[in-house]
Design a protein around this ligand. Structure first.
Ligand code: GDP
Ligand code: MG
Length: 230
């Protein structure tokens, strides 16, 4: 009985979140913005990736960041150095961003800037391999990161994030020689659940693989622009 009640509550919660996410996406569509939801466990390299991405793409695309963190603005401050708008959202005790929180960020984007001038919103989600995958925020694409130090089995143990991802970045490739990891095993474990996912091994430290990531980001932006024009 108790279990049934919890399940119903969970479904209602996800349903309400989905309605909010669809509303957020409608705003992004109207403004011609492609929204990326960047997710991983804590420390896999989301902020390091965003630092590199802002440095490489800010002259080609107009980018804003929505930065989710439980309590601090440490990541937001790292990214503000790249001269792009960074809207910080503190989730408090929550282990993920939800569509309502991101709606608050969108509201600020709308009132503090001209939202139609942006091409891309990068959302850095709270570090967690489970909850963010269940709560859409209005993104067009989901990007999951898994660092080589986390182990080959994590896609199998935490399947939802890897099933849902449009792109998987296998990060910290420079550390692969120092840990017992077979990168092709990670790829195989993810493909087993999500055959069409784009998989890009990268290192934010050495820059390996980053050009392919930048090209993928730009291709997503071009694809949405074409879909809106058609
Ligand atoms: N060696 C190495 N370290 C990295 C790389 N990317 C991130 N790091 C380090 O990993 C730690 C966590 O990175 P961060 O970007 O804050 O991860 P986040 O919690 O997912 O945002 C930091 O000490 C980074 O310097 C990488 O490609 N190679
Ligand atoms: Mg971070």
């Amino acid at each position: 009985m108790h279990q049934t009640f919890d399940a119903a509550l969970g479904i209602n919660l996800l349903h309400a979140n989905q309605t909010g996410a669809d509303h957020n996406r409608a705003h992004f569509d109207a403004w011609g913005i492609t929204c990326f939801n960047i997710m991983s466990s804590p420390g896999a390299g989301k902020t390091a990736l965003l630092e590199k991405t802002l440095a490489a793409l800010r002259s080609k695309l107009k980018i804003a960041v929505i930065e989710g963190d439980m309590t601090t603005e440490l990541d937001a401050d790292r990214l503000r150095q790249y001269g792009v708008p960074v809207i910080a959202i503190n989730t408090g005790r929550s282990c993920h961003l939800d569509s309502k929180m991101v709606a608050g960020g969108i509201h600020r984007l709308e009132h503090e800037y001209d939202p139609t001038s942006f091409d891309v919103v990068l959302v850095e989600n709270v570090g967690n391999l489970v909850c963010p995958a269940e709560f859409e925020v209005g993104e067009h694409v989901k990007v999951a990161l898994l660092s080589v130090t986390e182990g080959e089995d994590k896609p199998l143990k935490y399947p939802i994030m890897f099933q849902e991802a449009d792109c998987l970045l296998i990060t910290k490739l420079d550390l692969a020689p120092y840990v017992d990891v077979d990168v092709s095993r990670i790829e195989a474990n993810v493909r087993q659940m999500n055959p069409h996912v784009t998989i890009l091994p990268i290192s934010a430290k050495t820059g390996e693989g980053l050009e392919a990531w930048y090209a993928w980001v730009q291709a997503q932006v071009a694809q949405l622009a074409k879909a809106i024009a058609d």
